[in-house]
Design a protein around this ligand. Structure first.
Ligand SMILES: C[C@H](O)[C@H](O)[C@H]1CNC2=NC(N)=NC(=O)C2=N1
Length: 122
């Protein structure tokens, strides 16, 4: 059974709170993206490990990138070619798992914040 797209009503109620926590729309895609900066690699990897188990439980998986302490996550539902309720569920679960990790709001370059993390790099 394929997953239905998020309804207009659901978008109006579910997406604004996610935008408040730092999720952003992805230009040109019906998807949402968030970039976290963790204390270090082991914290980032620990988040990804827990988030991976949550994704498996939902049978809904992120598109994500990790470099050192940066985890860059995009959520969309391939089965319906856009956002579905599963993306909302996984986004909320990831927010809980990420805890107090810093959120990077500049999505223009995913590694810019990486350079900021290690003085003298870049
Ligand atoms: C066969 C399997 O259930 C499907 O491919 C699932 C797996 N994980 C998925 N993850 C995401 N993000 N979108 C999907 O459509 C999707 N489909």
């Amino acid at each position: 059974m394929s997953t239905p797209p998020l309804s207009e009503d659901a978008r109006a109620t579910a997406l604004p709170p996610l935008m408040e926590t730092g999720w952003q729309p992805v230009p040109g895609r019906d998807a949402i993206r968030k970039i976290w900066r963790f204390k270090g690699f082991s914290e980032a990897w620990g988040f990804m490990s827990r988030a991976a188990l949550a994704a498996e439980r939902l049978n809904h998986h992120p598109e994500w990138f990790n470099a050192f302490n940066i985890v860059d996550v995009t959520l969309t539902t391939h089965d319906c070619g856009g956002l579905s309720d599963l993306d909302v569920k996984l986004a909320n679960r990831m927010d809980k798992l990420a805890g107090a990790a810093a959120v990077e709001h500049d999505h223009t370059s995913r590694t810019a914040c990486l350079c900021e993390t290690r003085p003298g790099q870049g």
